[in-house]
Every structure is written in structure tokens, then in C-alpha cells.
Design a protein around this ligand. Structure first.
Ligand SMILES: NC(=O)c1ccc[n+]([C@@H]2O[C@H](COP(=O)([O-])OP(=O)(O)OC[C@H]3O[C@@H](n4cnc5c(N)ncnc54)[C@H](OP(=O)(O)O)[C@@H]3O)[C@@H](O)[C@H]2O)c1
Length: 285
């Protein structure tokens, strides 16, 4: 059974790094899409369960991307409850976005697994787009990316690959019950990633390894909320301890092609001007 083109697909985080790409691809294929986020119509808010049923009304499939992270307090319970409500409301196919090497994310996978829908789980590595569409954009623009990531390599995955896999799973047969571990084609240290970005921009951008404490203190000093600092330091200490320093074959298994390389991502993002720094103001008139 391929999903019907008349029922909407609810795309949670539909304006975010992966959801936006999933929504664009589904629309291009002629599938009705409903963006599930606080700015959607109707709005969807993980923090307000009264918004869930209206967002699900009439939907036949859903892309489930939790915000901010499946390791955040309450995430496991919320994703499980959402999946059960979705199935009760008529959703027959779900794709869950999860992270690699996070015990909490695996609990969330478990909570969704028994909901009764055709389920595909995508366990993704760190997104390349964190450098261009998220919290690493500003440091890149400032010319210095200071992170407690040491020299642990990570197989950064391109959000375009995640979206391609999610859309295949939402619209085609053969992906239900699959767990796809999605990584890029090679291991890349943060120093190498920043080096690729510097090459793509032609500017000097350097990576500075710092300790977790130094990172947390600097983030708090820049006004990053305490719970976000806690989540980031958790991710850097847990997920970047070497446990994920290996590539996986999820993109090839799901799509029959190789994943996009970080260098290609950096070249394309650089060519689009995402890391262009506005020219400094001239001398005062
Ligand atoms: N980033 C990574 O490297 C990475 C790696 C592996 C897994 N993941 C997983 O990917 C998921 C998404 O993370 P992300 O970093 O890619 O974020 P993202 O999708 O780029 O986050 C932004 C999206 O979340 C929506 N949003 C924010 N607050 C919301 C709320 N209270 N209720 C509903 N929607 C809300 C935003 O729309 P509105 O502002 O309109 O609400 C926007 O669509 C997380 O579960 C994370 O664990 C991320």
C-alpha cells in the first residue's frame, strides 16, 4: 500500500532543519502537507497537548521530530502519547526521527514502537546543517567555533539525506518496521568540519577545543538558557564520547545510493552565501 495522496501528512517541526525539507519534498510529490509546529495552522505545541488532536485531524501519516531533543525531560512520555493519539485519530504510518547513541532516544523509540502504526525509525548522526541553520552558525560567522568536542570524529549527516529517507518511508512501501541509522559517508572531526567550511568560505574560521566547563560558562555568559546549556553539555559529553564514531549504511539501505559528503554540504552552503559576513561599516562620516 502506498499512502493515499488525499490525506494530509502532518510534519512535526515542519519549519525546522529536517521537517522543512520533508514538507517541501512531499508537496513537490503532490502530497497534502500540514506543518506541525507552533507557527503551523492549526498550531502544534509539544508543551500544550490540547493542540495535538486538531493538528492530527484528518492526517493519514506523520513525521515525528521532537523538540528540543528526545533526551530532554518529558520527551519519552510525550512522543509515546503523541503516537498513540495519532493512531487513534487515523494515522497509519509514522516516521520517527531519533538520535544515535542516546539511551533516552531509544526509550522514545520503544514508546512509539507499540502504537500500532507502520513505523520507520531514523536514527541520525549530528546534522551538517547545525553549522548553517542552528547554534553553530553564529560561531562560524564570528570566525571561531569553540566546542567541548575534542578530536572525537563524527559522521555528520546531511539533512537532505534524512528528508529523502523520511519521504521514502512516508510515501513508499518496504520501509515499515525498518530502523535506519543515518550517517554521512565518512568520519569527520570538528576541526576538519570547520576546515571544510573555511575552505568553502575563503575566510579564516578556526576550531577551538574547550572543556565542558569552559563551554557551559561561556554559553551561560552569552545568555543561553540554563536548560539549553544542560542539554548541550549532555550531548557533548554523552553522544560525543566516541560511541558514535563509526559510519552506518542507513542511507544506502533506504535509498540505494551513498550519503552526501560533508565537503559537498559545505561547498553548497557556502555557494548559497549562508556564511557570508556583511562588509564592515566604513569609517564614520
Ligand atoms: N540537530 C542534530 O544534529 C540532531 C541529530 C540527531 C537527532 N536530532 C533530533 O532532531 C530533533 C529536532 O532537532 P533539530 O535540532 O533538528 O531541531 P529543528 O527541527 O531544526 O527545530 C526547530 C523546529 O521545532 C519547532 N518547535 C520549536 N518548539 C516547538 C514546540 N514547543 N512544539 C512544537 N514544535 C516546536 C519549530 O517551529 P516553531 O518555532 O514554529 O514551533 C521548528 O519547526 C530532536 O528530537 C533531536 O533530538 C537532532
Amino acid at each position: 500500500m502506498t499512502t493515499t495522496k488525499t490525506q494530509a501528512t502532518l510534519v512535526l517541526s515542519g519549519t525546522g532543519k529536517t521537517g522543512r525539507r520533508v514538507a517541501q519534498r512531499l508537496s513537490a510529490l503532490g502530497h497534502p502537507v500540514r506543518v506541525g509546529s507552533r507557527s503551523g495552522r492549526p498550531p502544534f505545541d509539544w508543551e500544550d497537548r490540547a493542540t495535538w488532536a486538531p493538528a492530527l485531524d484528518g492526517a493519514g501519516a506523520a513525521y515525528v521530530s521532537y523538540y528540543p531533543d528526545l533526551a530532554a525531560p518529558g520527551a519519552v512520555e510525550a512522543t509515546g502519547a503523541f503516537a498513540r493519539l495519532a493512531v487513534g485519530s487515523g494515522v497509519s504510518r509514522l516516521v520517527l526521527l531519533a538520535g544515535r547513541g542516546e539511551p533516552e532516544a531509544e526509550l522514545a523509540e520503544q514508546a512509539v514502537r507499540d502504537c500500532g502504526a507502520e513505523l520507520t525509525i531514523v536514527r541520525a548522526a549530528w546534522f551538517s546543517q547545525n553549522f548553517s541553520e542552528d547554534f553553530l552558525l553564529e560561531p562560524v560567522l564570528a570566525g571561531e567555533v569553540a566546542l567541548p568536542a575534542g578530536d572525537t570524529p563524527e559522521p555528520f549527516v546531511d539533512a537532505d539525506d534524512i528528508a529523502d529517507v523520511a519521504v521514502a518511508a512516508l510515501t513508499q512501501d518496504g520501509h515499515a518496521g525498518q530502523l535506519y541509522e543515518l550517517t554521512g559517508p565518512r568520519l569527520v572531526t570538528f576541526a576538519e568540519a570547520v576546515g571544510e567550511i573555511a575552505k568553502a568560505t575563503g575566510r579564516e574560521v578556526r576550531y577551538l577545543p574547550v572543556t565542558l566547563d569552559e563551554y557551559a560558562t561561556a554559553a551561560a555568559g552569552q545568555g543561553v538558557p540554563a536548560e539549553v546549556v544542560k542539554l548541550l553539555t549532555y550531548l557533548f559529553s554523552e553522544v560525543l564520547d566516541g560511541r558514535n564514531a563509526r559510519v552506518a549504511d542507513g542511507v544506502r539501505r533506504a535509498l540505494g545510493r551513498e550519503p552526501r559528503d560533508f565537503a559537498l554540504y559545505a561547498r553548497d552552503a557556502g555557494a548559497r552565501g549562508v556564511w557570508d559576513v556583511p562588509a564592515a561599516n566604513g569609517p564614520d562620516q
